[in-house]
Write a protein that binds this ligand. Structure first.
Ligand code: SAM
Length: 230
């Protein structure tokens, strides 16, 4: 069975968007995964197809109604999939969670707009909140695209070589070493000598040293965890 993504959104036309192109798009066309973008507005109850209302307690912005959101979830979510609400309050997405999601049967993503969902809809469905970083987006859709992109490239057969995944940033606990290709001299800049030496052992050692130095300098948080595990 293909890995399945269901996205509940007020803007279904944002999907597949970039996921219809390149590796993800090819995998989608081949049936490796499926994407179903469902318009939450289709579950509105009134003539005006209202999906939001003003917040109790006052304040700026609008809140997405729990009844409408819940009906959309009930009609489209099946319990074998993880039910995720992309939200800046969530656990921050990382490669470990992406791997977990890729190993499962799929996800249902509920995209917020305005000030987000009424808390009761989140509670009633025990939605998992996942953030794509400490920034505020205008809606859950770009976050959903980020999550799906990261997952789909891990599905079997989507990314060319398994080794190219295994060595990447985060998979080893380190950020990746620098890459170089032809021309060997460009604009007066040369490729590090060791990479053209043909000596596989020295290349591997150089790459490891580079990855360690980059991680230590740029991400002391990742470095501390890495050193602890070693
Ligand atoms: N009022 C919310 C707050 O201050 O936390 C922000 C709401 S935001 C304008 C609208 C929607 O965008 C949210 O409901 C959520 O679905 C999505 N969103 C915003 N930032 C996000 C992030 N960093 N990660 C995942 N989703 C995000």
């Amino acid at each position: 069975r293909p890995w399945s993504a269901v996205v509940l959104t007020l803007f279904p036309e944002m999907f597949p968007g970039p996921l219809g192109l390149s590796l993800a798009g090819k995998a989608l066309a081949e049936g490796v995964w499926t994407l179903d973008a469902v318009d939450i507005r289709g579950y509105a109850r009134d003539r005006h197809r209202t999906v939001d209302d003003t917040p109790f307690g006052g304040g700026a912005g609008m809140v997405m109604r729990p009844d409408v959101v819940s009906d959309a979830v009930a009609a489209n979510h099946t319990p074998e999939r993880r039910l995720i609400y992309p939200s800046p309050r969530g656990r921050v997405l990382d490669q470990a969670l992406v791997r977990e999601l890729a190993a499962g049967p799929g996800v249902t993503l509920v995209c917020g707009r305005y000030e987000g969902l009424d808390q009761r809809a989140i509670d009633a469905w025990s939605m998992e909140e996942v953030s794509v970083g400490d920034v505020v987006l205008s809606g859950g859709e770009p976050a959903a695209l980020v999550m799906l992109d990261a997952v789909v490239r891990l599905l079997p057969g989507v990314t060319g070589k398994a080794e190219s995944l295994a060595e990447e940033s985060f998979e080893t606990g380190l950020l990746e070493y620098p890459h170089y290709t032809r021309p060997q001299v460009w604009d007066g800049r040369t490729v590090p000598e060791v990479l053209v030496s043909g000596h596989h052992g020295r290349v591997a050692q150089w790459r490891r040293e580079q990855a360690e130095a980059i991680t230590r300098n740029r991400r002391p948080d990742l470095w501390a965890r890495y050193v602890e595990k070693e």
